[in-house]
Design a protein around this ligand. Structure first.
Ligand SMILES: Cc1cn([C@H]2C[C@H](O)[C@@H](COP(=O)(O)OP(=O)(O)OP(=O)(O)O)O2)c(=O)[nH]c1=O
Length: 207
């Protein structure tokens, strides 16, 4: 007997909620065919005293997923968080132009690490993981940095750059998952969704 929401032999389609305001995350979910609703989670993103980068971004990804999961027990909720780390310092989104210039000055001509955590929650269960990516920047002089900041692209992005935009011209090399740098590690996410007991068949998530 076919179910009302998904009449395939593989099972019923599950409702997916992306707990994010990030247009990049929406774009990436759509890229792999996952139909979803967007419900941004408003949580405190302050780094706790003594909190290391990896536990920090994983805690935030889980917090974003959990913020919606309790009210949506039948849905699969996805939360994610991206940070840039250089010399042990966590760089989140710049507060203003000066901070963006400062971040890019620190990153120019050297390597940093991008960490993106993803958490998936369903029916009281949650799975999460963190992808680490090494990113080498090309050298940048002050006019180049200011010109880039003036495009406004850096302003809503961790570390003040977007690898998927003008920032592509600044990146010399990456080692790791490109999609994690952009904001959502798609392969890791699907693994976690499968760990929760769902099927993913290139386009749909089913029970
Ligand atoms: C490094 C890098 C980050 N980013 C983005 C991804 C994230 O949107 C953002 C990091 O901030 P986050 O706090 O992870 O995400 P967000 O505030 O945009 O959205 P939400 O918390 O609602 O999920 O930086 C890029 O788009 N490209 C890049 O190359």
């Amino acid at each position: 007997m076919p179910s009302p929401s998904g009449p395939t032999a593989a099972g019923s389609a599950v409702r997916v909620i992306l707990a994010s305001q990030s247009p990049r995350r929406r774009e990436l979910l759509t890229l792999v065919g996952i139909t979803h609703e967007v419900r941004p989670a408003d949580i405190d993103e302050t780094v706790l005293p003594g909190e290391a980068p990896v536990p920090h971004c994983e805690r935030l990804a889980r917090g974003k997923a959990q913020a919606l999961a309790a009210a949506e027990p039948g849905s699969l909720v996805i939360g994610s968080d991206t940070i840039v780390v250089v010399d042990g310092d966590i760089l989140g989104k710049p507060r203003d132009r000066e901070e963006a210039i400062h971040m890019l000055t620190r990153l120019a001509g050297r390597e940093h690490t991008v960490y993106t955590a993803v958490a998936v929650a369903h029916a009281g269960e949650i799975r999460s993981g963190v992808e680490a990516v090494q990113v080498q920047f090309r050298p940048l002089n002050r006019p180049q940095i200011e010109g880039y900041v003036d495009t406004k692209e850096p302003m809503d992005k961790a570390g003040a750059y977007g690898i998927q935009g003008y920032g592509a011209t600044i990146v010399e090399r990456i080692e790791g998952d490109y999609f994690a740098v952009m904001g959502l590690p798609l392969g890791r996410m699907i693994t976690l969704i499968r760990d929760l007991g769902f099927q993913y068949a290139f386009g749909s998530i089913t029970t």
